[in-house]
Ligand binder design. Structure first.
Ligand SMILES: NC(=O)c1ccc[n+]([C@@H]2O[C@H](COP(=O)([O-])OP(=O)(O)OC[C@H]3O[C@@H](n4cnc5c(N)ncnc54)[C@H](O)[C@@H]3O)[C@@H](O)[C@H]2O)c1
Ligand SMILES: [Zn+2]
Length: 341
C-alpha cells in the first residue's frame, strides 16, 4: 500500500511494537523526523554501500531483540537502508512486518518496492554487490515529499535514471511523452512505481523471467560500482551499465543501432546520465579476469560464464538474452578508454 503524506502524520499510525532503522543523515537534516519518533525505539545507521553488510544486519537484529513476532520494522532512508532493513525484517523472529519510508528518489522509484533486500559479501578481496539477499515485501510504503527536499543533484539523478530505465524497457508511450515534457518529480515516482508494481505483481519472486527486465543496465552497472569501490553512485553506474547493454545489444544484433543511439541521447539529455568517460577510471586497471569474476558473482551468469543480459529490442521491449563471454570481452578495450565501440 502506498501512502502519501507528511512523516509526522504517518508516524502517528505506527503501533507501539515498532523499531525504526534511521539513516543518520536523514535524522540530522530533518529534525521533524526525530521529533515524530520521540519515545520510540530507533537504531541509527550511516547510509551508503558500507551499510549493506551482515554486520549491520546483526546490529539491527540486536536492537530488535525486544520486538515481538507481530512487530514492525520501519526503514527510513535510501536504498541502502531499505535493503539492509529488508534483510533484517526477514530474519527477525523469522519475519516481521516491514514499512518502507524511502528518503531518496531512487528508493521511492525503485528499491522500496518489490521486496528485494541484499547485503554485500567480501570475496577474494572485493565486495561482491548484493551477494546475499532475501525477498520480503513491505506492507506499506510512505511517500513523504518533505524528506526529498534535501537531496543532492546526484541523488535526484539516480531516481530519474531508474525511472527512465523502466520506461525504456516497458513503456514506449511514456518514453515519447517524457521527452516532449519533462516529468515533475511526483510523476516520475508515481509512474516508475506503477511500472515496477505491474511487473512484480506478475513475477513477485523473479521466477518467471519477466521481472528480470528491471535489471536493464545492472549487469555491468554492478561491476562498475564494485570496481570503483562504490565511489560511483548506483544510479550513475546504472546509466553507464545501460550504455554497456546497448553496445552488447548492437554487437549481438538485438538492439538496432538507431535505438541504441536514441536511448543514449535521451538518457544524457533528459535523465542527466553521466558520460562514457566516467567508465575509464573504474575500468582502467581492471583485468578481464576480475571483470569476469564480478560478473560471475552477480547472479546473472551461468556456470560456463555465459551472461544472461537484459537487452533492448526496441523502446518498450526488453529481453533476456544469453551473451557469450567473448562478446563482452571484445568490447572491453573501447570501454576502458571511454569510447563507443
Ligand atoms: N532492493 C531493490 O530492489 C533495489 C533497487 C534499486 C537499488 N537498490 C539499491 O539501492 C542502493 C542505492 O540507493 P540510494 O541511492 O538511495 O543510496 P543510499 O541509501 O546510500 O542514499 C544515498 C545518499 O543519500 C543520503 N540521503 C538519504 N536520504 C536523504 C535525504 N532525504 N536528504 C539528503 N540526503 C539523503 C544518504 O545518507 C546517502 O548518503 C544500492 O545499494 C542499490 O543496490 C535496491
Ligand atoms: Zn538499480
Amino acid at each position: 500500500v502506498d501512502r502519501w503524506g507528511s512523516f509526522a502524520k504517518l508516524a502517528t499510525t505506527l503501533p507501539d511494537d515498532t523499531l525504526i532503522v534511521l539513516d543518520r543523515r536523514v535524522g540530522r537534516l530533518h529534525p521533524a523526523v526525530g521529533k515524530a519518533l520521540r519515545g520510540r525505539r530507533v537504531v541509527t545507521v550511516d547510509a551508503g554501500e558500507r551499510a549493506k553488510t551482515m554486520g549491520i544486519v546483526e546490529r539491527v537484529m540486536q536492537a530488535a531483540a525486544g520486538l515481538s513476532r507481530s512487530g514492525t520494522l520501519v526503514a527510513v532512508g535510501g536504498g541502502t537502508i531499505g535493503d539492509v532493513a529488508t534483510v533484517a525484517a526477514h530474519l527477525i523472529k523469522r519475519g516481521v512486518r516491514l514499512v518502507q519510508v524511502p528518503t531518496t528518489t531512487l528508493a521511492a522509484v525503485d528499491s522500496s518496492l518489490g521486496g528485494k533486500g541484499a547485503v554485500h559479501i567480501r570475496v577474494g578481496g572485493r565486495w561482491l554487490k548484493n551477494a546475499a539477499g532475501v525477498f520480503h515485501y513491505p506492507t506499506e510504503t510512505w511517500m513523504c515529499r518533505e524528506l526529498w527536499e534535501t537531496l543532492s543533484e546526484r541523488d535526484l539523478r539516480g531516481g530519474r535514471m531508474e525511472a527512465w530505465k523502466m520506461v525504456a524497457c516497458l513503456d514506449a508511450v511514456t518514453w515519447r511523452r517524457w521527452q516532449k515534457r519533462r516529468p515533475a518529480l511526483d510523476e516520475t515516482i508515481r509512474h516508475g512505481r506503477a511500472l515496477k508494481a505491474r511487473v512484480c505483481r506478475v513475477d513477485p519472486y523473479e521466477s518467471r523471467g519477466l521481472r528480470q527486465v528491471l535489471n536493464f543496465g545492472h549487469t555491468f552497472g554492478h561491476v562498475l560500482e564494485s570496481l570503483s569501490g562504490f565511489q560511483l553512485a548506483h544510479g550513475d553506474a546504472v546509466g553507464l551499465g545501460i550504455l554497456f547493454a546497448l553496445d552488447v545489444g548492437r554487437a549481438v544484433g538485438v538492439t538496432p543501432a538507431a535505438v541504441a543511439e536514441e536511448v543514449e541521447g535521451v538518457l544524457s539529455e533528459h535523465a542527466g546520465a553521466v558520460g562514457r568517460s566516467r567508465m575509464r577510471r573504474p575500468l582502467a586497471r581492471a583485468s578481464q579476469e576480475s571483470v569476469a569474476t564480478l560478473l560471475a558473482g552477480d547472479k546473472k551468469s551461468t556456470a560456463n560464464g555465459e551472461l544472461r543480459m537484459v537487452l533492448l529490442r526496441r523502446i518498450g521491449r526488453a529481453e533476456l538474452v544469453p551473451v557469450a563471454p567473448r562478446l563482452w570481452q571484445g568490447l572491453l578495450d573501447p570501454w576502458q578508454t571511454g569510447a563507443r565501440p
